[in-house]
Design a protein. Structure first.
Length: 399
């Protein structure tokens, strides 16, 4: 009898983590690697947020909390939903997890029976399909093409729905493409969902504060009649530069939230009390840092897009949100490196950039879309400039 469970056979290692790990390995050997593979802001957590965490430690607020999260944090989350989107959730409709990732997993694990289907528009975040599979569900991947802005169209959604469909997972702004759904686009998808009352919506809004030249819209506000079928997922990792604090949250139907709390109560119990106090400050205190971060990311986006236009063989759509660009590398497929190796896939190209030019990016195959690469611009302008110059040189060296 094998020690390991068969369910692990359906899970792939994260290509994002793999590229970051390889970059770290090269760096340990003295290589000047520029890492653009990690979805992590380079900004420090705002000082007032850090002080709130420090105060919690000094005041001895280091004990267990409620599984769903401290009442004060859930009140802050509830207020933020009301303030930002006019959404009114009951306190028991909100749950706090160890990052938005755990909130998503709890929802899937609590709701999926073997064979239940989850529609995932691709390109998608690397973890979605694997979390669905690990929870016993069947990922149904629906290609969303660049010509459509990498967005799911109503016809494609309708065609993918079957009697076994349990969820549609929607991520806006999207990792890895930076695509942002407009209010009208969400309304068109909502019309399809209304015709299929057995389909629920998981709306991952973790990048909502990072949009450029477009307004953010969430299905929970656009189609309130679907509220009993909608789980809204968010957190403080991206907009508040708190990735390591591990605080995410979800809001949705009471029956689902209770089930998610049941799962969490038997796994992590709750997220760190110290992190929860810091998150209260992040959501309730001075939010000026969010605008500053978004402004900096927009400038970096413009820099990277302009630079990549100089890279032979790459083409780059301008993203509307998040902090990634997702350039097509179809123009370098079939070319040879100076050593004579043929670039056959986006993975080959990503490894060429890392091994020969010391720039770490993630191949599009990790996001179920090829041939593309994902570049995170959550780094300083100086570092992005150096990295893009290396990418330009790498493309020029191909023949």
């Amino acid at each position: 009898m094998s020690l390991l469970a068969e369910r692990l056979n359906v899970v792939r290692p994260s290509e994002t983590k793999a590229m970051t790990a390889r970059a770290a390995e090269l760096r340990e050997h003295g290589v000047d690697v520029i890492t653009l593979s990690q979805g992590e802001p380079d900004f420090s957590t705002p000082s007032a947020v850090c002080e709130a965490g420090i105060r919690a430690i000094r005041d001895g607020r280091t004990k267990y909390t409620a599984v769903a999260g401290m009442m004060a944090l859930r009140e802050a989350i509830r207020h933020s939903f009301s303030r930002d989107h006019g959404l009114n959730y009951g306190i028991d409709q909100i749950t706090v997890g160890c990052g938005a990732k755990q909130v998503v997993f709890n929802a899937l694990f609590a709701s999926l029976d073997p064979g239940d289907e989850v529609i995932i528009p691709t390109p998608c975040w690397v973890s979605y399909p694997d979390m669905v599979a690990l929870a016993g569900g069947k990922p149904v991947l629906v290609d969303c093409h660049e010509v459509d802005g990498f967005k799911l169209r109503p016809q494609a959604l309708a065609a993918a729905i079957t009697p076994r469909t349990k969820w549609l997972m929607l991520n806006s702004p999207c990792n890895p493409t930076g695509a942002v759904y407009s209010r009208d686009e969400l309304l068109a998808l909502a019309a399809v969902l209304r015709r299929n009352p057995h389909v629920h919506l998981l709306s991952d809004d973790i990048y909502e504060k990072l949009t450029y030249n477009v307004d953010f819209a969430t299905m929970a506000a656009v189609a309130p009649d679907l509220s009993e079928r909608t789980l809204l997922v968010n957190g403080v990792s991206k907009a508040d530069a708190m990735t390591g604090w591990r605080v995410g949250y979800g809001a949705g139907p009471l029956v689902l939230i209770k089930a998610m709390n049941l799962i969490q109560g038997q796994t992590s119990s709750h997220t760190s009390s110290i992190s929860q106090y810091a998150a209260i400050e992040a959501l309730s205190g001075d939010r000026h840092h969010v605008k500053e971060f978004a402004s900096a990311f927009r400038q970096r986006r413009d820099l990277v897009v302009a630079k990549l236009k100089q890279a032979a063989g790459l083409s780059c759509r301008e993203p509307e949100g998040a902090f990634y660009v997702f350039p097509s590398c179809v123009g370098v497929i079939g070319k040879r490196t100076p050593e004579g190796k043929v670039i056959e896939t986006d993975t080959d190209f990503a490894m060429y950039l890392l091994e020969a030019f010391a720039v770490a990016v993630v191949p599009g195959s990790g996001f179920r879309a090829s041939p593309y690469i994902r570049i995170s611009y959550a780094s300083s302008a100086e570092e992005l400039t150096r990295a893009c110059d290396r990418i330009i040189a790498a493309c020029a060296a191909l023949s």
